[in-house]
Structures are given as structure tokens and as C-alpha cells.
Design a protein around this ligand. Structure first.
Ligand code: AMP
Length: 579
């Protein structure tokens, strides 16, 4: 039996884990790292690069590179890179393919099945797009689980005897989730969840970027069009400054020139921790709302949470840490690596599905994060008004769940009814997310008020099925909201598979060397012009040696490049640990 792998498909980084020898275990990528940046680039010779090598390209060739595309999941936005047009589902599938290859190399066998985590607050479109990305990557997606649930599974697995009330606050690169849960005697019960799928570490980078550009009297949108290389390098500088502020009182941001180059003469902006706090204050305020809602929905008073757990890369920011501490009045903690805890939990979920002996005493219950319902019209005296929302499954209901409601025809001899399905909390459907529609026809003629029974079923993957039933005729209609509109037909899916198959990945062994080349190319922009020729010559030599098949040449060329980089002040192996 091939194992099921657990995948944390993150905005910034993705990870893969497997349950083996009674433990969740992370799987290293071709570079030996557990973190694979969720970045895709297409090289000039039409090869796909995923991960850290692609991330390096992001700075020198931003037009050949896509990143933060998790934010576009479930939308019809397209991204053009290196002359190819992709949607976010396709880009994510390339990341998943790369992780699948890593898992196969690690396990020494083919991998077919996977569990993929998504932010708890991902809507139905986003979940389906994720599932489809898995399918495009050749994976049978056995379960989609919520990231905070996965994080809690890691805690639950390692601390089974505990009786605790936990709140997991997950601030990743692009999304924010808060989940309250209770653990007792190996049972993990998710109680409430709230979040924002457009709030994460990237927003903190963006605020710094706007601040740095404003200091240069530039606007982000204009600069991005007119000086893309400057912006891509400056964005990297801003992210580095944000991370530095997690451990030091101030940080420097070097302003690149139009070509995106930095040297000793580049202007430098210094930002202090206090200035940063002020700058990101609107983002901190946005964190408060979902936290308050998850706490309120859980009906657990804030002071009763035994553990406040911060996960996700962006939790390392001091401003976030102190914000959460002041909200709960206790020190937040994370006894596991915040980057790894979600992937590990996905592997625990795999063990639960596989009925592994090591988890036989564990039980987990999850919830539906949103209210799901349909559109109805209301009567006001002799007037009717459309567009009202009838909730059928309420948010934070334990899943799987199936609920029924009866709606009625409005007019005499009405032969059909359109069931519009929505997700959200608003009173009027126009403020909720439209998920799909189901046409119910063949209603026998007669007076108004004929009943149509609606059944909403929400499964463990967070996928909704809507059924309608006409009691008079026994006729049934159903709609499974598993198809995202942009890849809706089998033909579309086939075309996407063909398109992705026509792209070539670099051989896995080359990935490490290509990363070094891309890293060195990025360094070109950070050294003085008179050092450039020499470095370029060493890179050229290394690149040529890679395809030569001559081991000695290759090894001495690689060594030469590493030595040169180190002489220029760039410690490749050290930087790789942090990339
Ligand atoms: P994730 O999606 O959970 O991998 O989180 C990635 C986000 O964490 C990115 O926005 C990173 O910039 C951010 N991040 C990683 N390390 C740090 C750090 N030391 N300080 C602040 N933010 C960080």
C-alpha cells in the first residue's frame, strides 16, 4: 500500500510530510530543505522551476515568475509568466507536482494519494480549486483539511492525555485563521473558526514597500509598471527588514536603482520597530475581528483558553506576538516549529484515514466555517421582495452535516424554481458568495405554495452537495459544488492536464545546481559593477560544467562559484538555511 502524503500548500512555502514508524515525518525537497517556496518560474528554454530556484528568479526576472498565487485560488484571474498563461489552480498544481516528486524520491515509490490543507476560511470555490490542483498534479486528494485543524492534530498527537481549551491563531503569508478547540482524552473537537483569506505576512511586506516607495516619491502601482526590477528587489529588501525587526530594534532597507541593483552607494532607509508598528497598525486591527468572533462563537471566555498557539511564518513578528498577548493576557506559545506544524498534522490526518495503530485512540471532529444557504423572497403585506438569505447549515456546525429546509413556489402554476446557493453571514444574498444554482423543474400545475424540499450536505472535505426533492412527483435534483467554474468541464480539465504535461520540469538533480545559478545571478545585482564581470565568468563556467557530464570540472566549478560568493560576502549555504 502506498502511503498518503500530507501537504501544506502555503502562500509562501509548501511542505510535505508522511506518517512513518508511528510518527509524522517531514519530507525534504531536492535541496534537503523541508520548505519549498510556493514560487513557479518558466525559464527561457521553457522549463518549469518550482521552489527556491524560482524564488531567486523572482528578483532578477519577475516577468518569468509567479508567487502568492494562493490568493487567487478560486478566482478566474490569469497570470502570464514567460509567455505562458496560467490560473492559480494550474500554478498550484505545479507546486504539488514538485512536492509529489520529492515524496517519491524520499519514499522510493510512487505516490498517488494526498491530504492537502487549506486555510479554515477558504470558501467553497477556493477549496474546490485546491482539490482540482491536486488532481491536475496526478494526486488523488483523499481529504482537504483546515490548516488550524492540522496544527491542532499535531498538538493532539503529541499530548493525548491532556485536557485543554486551545485557540490556534494562524498568520501565514497570505491568510489568517483563528480556530478554537477542545482536547480531552484523545478527542479533538473543533468548536469555532473565523478568519480572513486576504490577510497575511505579504500585507505587512506591502505596507513596508509602499512606505519605502513613498519616501522615494513613488507610488506602488506606477512603480510596478515602470520599474518592475526596482520593485521586485525592493520588495525583497522590505521582507528582509520585516523579518529583521523580529529580532532587532531597527532595520535597514536599501533602495535599488532602476535595474534593480544595489551597491554600497545605494540610498538606505532605516525603520524602527515603533515606526513599523505604527505603519502596520491597520493590519493589526484587522486581526482583532476574527479573533473576537472565534472566541465569541466558541462561548469560551478568553481567560479560559489554556493555550494560545501562534502558528504560520508571520507569527514571528513581534508586533503580532504582543498584539495576541495583550488580547488574551497570556503569553502565546508554539512548541512546534510554526512553519512545520500544519504539514505534520496533515500526516497525522493521513494516519487517521489509514487507521494506523499509532493513532487508534485519537478522534477529531471538524466544523463548517461558514453559513450555507439559499435565496428566498419575503412578503411584506401585499408586496414581495427578493434577495433574502435563508441559512440552512449554520457556521461552526460539526461536520459531516446534512440539513433540510422546505421552500415553496410563489405563483400559481409555477413549473420551475431556481435554487441559488450562497455562502456567508449576510442577511441579503448580494453580500454573500454565490456558489451555484440548481434548477428544479417539472413541478405539477396548481396553486402557489407547492413545497420543494432542499437538503444541504457538507462533507469532511468541506464540499457541499445540494439536493432538491419534489414530494408530489418523487423527482430529485442534485448539484455537487465540486467544479470550479474556470475548469468546469471534463474537456477543460483534459486541456489543462495536456498543457501542464507539455511543460518540462528540470531533472530533480539539476534543481539544486540551478538554484545556485539563480542565487548567484541575484547577487550580481547586489555587488559593485566592477566585480560583476568576474562573477559572471564564474557563473558561466559553472553553468557550462553542469551539462558537460565531466564530474571533475563540475565539482571544481561549483567550488569556485561558492568561494567567489563567499569572498563577496554571500554565504550560500547559510542563506539557504534561511531561504
Ligand atoms: P507561511 O505562509 O506560514 O510560510 O508564512 C510566510 C510568511 O511568514 C511570509 O510573509 C514571511 O515573510 C513571514 N516570515 C517568515 N519569517 C519571518 C520572521 N522572522 N519575521 C517576520 N515574518 C516572517
Amino acid at each position: 500500500m502506498t502511503p498518503i502524503i500530507g501537504i501544506d500548500l502555503g502562500t509562501s512555502n509548501s511542505l510535505c510530510a508522511v506518517f512513518e514508524s508511528g510518527q509524522p515525518t517531514l519530507i525534504p525537497n531536492a535541496h534537503g530543505s523541508f520548505l519549498t517556496p510556493s514560487v513557479v518560474s518558466i525559464s527561457a528554454d521553457n522549463h518549469v522551476l518550482v521552489g527556491s530556484a524560482a524564488k531567486e528568479t523572482r528578483i532578477t526576472q519577475p516577468d518569468r515568475c509567479a508567487w502568492v498565487f494562493k490568493r487567487l485560488m478560486g478566482t478566474d484571474r490569469k497570470v502570464e509568466i514567460g509567455g505562458h498563461v496560467f490560473n492559480a489552480t494550474e500554478l498550484s498544481s505545479l507546486v504539488l507536482q514538485s512536492l509529489k516528486q520529492d515524496a517519491e524520491a524520499y519514499l522510493g515509490q510512487e505516490v498517488h494519494d494526498a491530504i492537502i490543507t487549506v486555510p479554515a476560511y477558504f470558501n467553497d470555490h477556493q477549496r474546490n480549486a485546491t482539490k482540482q490542483a491536486g488532481e491536475l498534479a496526478g494526486l488523488n486528494v483523499r481529504r482537504i483539511i483546515n490548516e488550524p485543524t492540522a496544527a491542532a492534530l499535531t498538538y493532539g498527537f503529541h499530548d493525548r492525555g491532556a485536557e485543554k481549551k486551545l485557540i490556534v491563531i494562524d498568520l501565514g503569508g497570505g491568510t489568517f485563521d483563528v480556530t478554537a478547540m477542545e482536547v480531552f482524552e484523545g478527542t479533538l473537537e473543533i468548536i469555532s473558526t473565523a478568519g480572513e483569506s486576504m490577510l497575511g505576512g505579504e500585507d505587512f511586506n506591502d505596507r513596508l514597500l509602499s512606505w519605502a516607495l513613498a519616501a522615494q516619491k513613488m507610488q506602488v502601482e506606477l512603480a510596478e509598471i515602470k520599474q518592475p526590477l526596482l520593485v521586485s528587489r525592493l520588495r525583497q529588501e522590505c521582507e528582509a527588514a520585516k523579518c529583521a525587526l523580529s529580532s532587532q530594534p531597527d532595520a535597514a532597507i536599501r533602495i535599488p536603482n532602476q535595474q534593480g541593483e544595489i551597491d554600497q552607494n545605494s540610498p538606505v532607509l532605516t525603520i524602527t520597530g515603533d515606526q513599523f508598528k505604527e505603519l502596520v497598525d491597520p493590519l493589526l486591527k484587522r486581526l482583532a475581528r476574527p479573533i473576537a468572533r472565534a472566541v465569541r462563537d466558541s462561548r469560551i471566555p478568553p481567560e479560559e483558553f489554556t493555550d494560545v498557539i501562534l502558528v504560520g511564518g508571520a507569527k514571528r513578528m513581534n508586533v503580532v506576538h504582543s498584539f495576541v498577548r495583550s488580547f488574551f493576557g497570556v503569553e502565546p506559545k508554539c512548541s512546534f516549529n510554526p512553519d512545520e506544524v500544519v504539514a505534520l498534522g496533515a500526516a497525522v490526518q493521513a494516519a487517521l484515514i489509514e487507521d494506523d495503530q499509532a493513532v487508534e485512540d485519537m478522534v477529531m471532529t471538524d466544523i463548517c466555517p461558514f453559513t450555507l444557504g439559499t435565496e428566498i423572497s419575503k412578503e411584506f403585506g401585499s408586496r414581495r421582495s427578493d434577495g433574502y438569505y435563508l441559512p440552512i447549515i449554520h457556521r461552526n456546525t460539526t461536520i459531516p452535516v446534512s440539513r433540510e429546509e422546505i421552500v415553496c413556489t410563489l405563483h400559481p402554476n409555477q413549473r420551475h424554481v431556481m435554487i441559488n446557493v450562497y455562502q456567508g453571514e449576510a442577511r441579503k444574498v448580494e453580500d454573500n458568495l454565490f456558489l451555484g444554482k440548481l434548477e428544479v423543474n417539472g413541478i405539477p400545475p396548481g396553486p402557489s405554495g407547492k413545497p420543494v424540499h432542499l437538503r444541504f450536505t457538507y462533507d469532511l472535505n468541506g464540499i457541499l452537495e445540494v439536493e432538491a426533492y419534489l414530494p408530489e412527483t418523487g423527482k430529485k435534483f442534485s448539484l455537487v459544488l465540486t467544479q470550479y467554474a474556470k475548469l468546469s468541464s471534463a474537456n477543460d480539465l483534459k486541456a489543462a492536464v495536456q498543457k501542464l504535461q507539455s511543460l518540462k520540469f528540470y531533472p530533480r538533480d539539476d534543481a539544486r545546481n540551478l538554484h545556485l545559478v539563480r542565487y548567484a545571478e541575484r547577487v550580481i545585482g547586489e555587488i559593485s559593477p566592477f566585480q560583476r564581470n568576474e562573477l559572471e565568468a564564474v557563473i558561466d563556467n559553472f553553468e557550462q560544467s553542469m551539462g558537460s557530464g565531466e564530474r571533475e570540472w563540475f565539482e571544481s566549478a561549483r567550488e569556485g562559484l561558492l568561494t567567489m560568493l563567499s569572498a563577496l560576502g554571500f554565504d550560500y549555504s547559510e542563506d539557504q538555511k534561511h531561504s
